[in-house]
Design a protein around this ligand. Sequence first.
Ligand code: SF4
Length: 206
Amino acid sequence: MKCSLCGKHSCHKNDLDNAPTDCPSLSMSKDYVTHAYNAEDLRIAKNAALVESIGYGKNTRVEEIMDFAQKCGYQKLGLAFCMGLHQEAKVFTKILQSNSFQVESIICKNGGFDKNAIGIAEPEKICRGGFEAMCNPVGQAAHLQQAGTDFNIILGLCVGHDTLFMKYSHAPVTVLAVKDRVLAHNPLAAIYQADAYYKRLYTFIK
Ligand code: SF4
């Protein structure tokens, strides 16, 4: 599959007769959605499409998250946030609460375990020679499951920690923001500059 390199986008234009020969759409049956989406998936997909159309180009992602949660009937929301964005987490929590959502929040450093618990040696720490708390995304997911959240929101979790959170989250997940310490949590800035200031991206893995 090479959709990311496709210049035709025939799927988007209702023009599959002119799709590339290796187009994955060509192997999908007409009733694919009926078979692949269960009732909950259909409800989520429909509400996501409604959120998109109703607020298109107008609503911010914060507003879209609240609109989506309301449409899906998610009342108790879980916020899995990064210590480095605790101020943003506080503001976001107040916004959600003022819109009548119940919020359960859990920080990445929950448990207060040293990084040596996951096999990080002293020289591999950011600040060597002392306690350095590990991020505990499995704990974040477990706490939110225990709290019985309907829907979980990631705010600024690191690459890989977000992977574990999504792997273990009991409730459906969306993302308010991803972590990029260099680009003010806007990783696409590197993509937009990939042919200029960030040419090094093309040879990052030596
Ligand atoms: S599904 Fe087919 S037409 Fe659509 S982007 Fe992928 S290859 Fe191109």
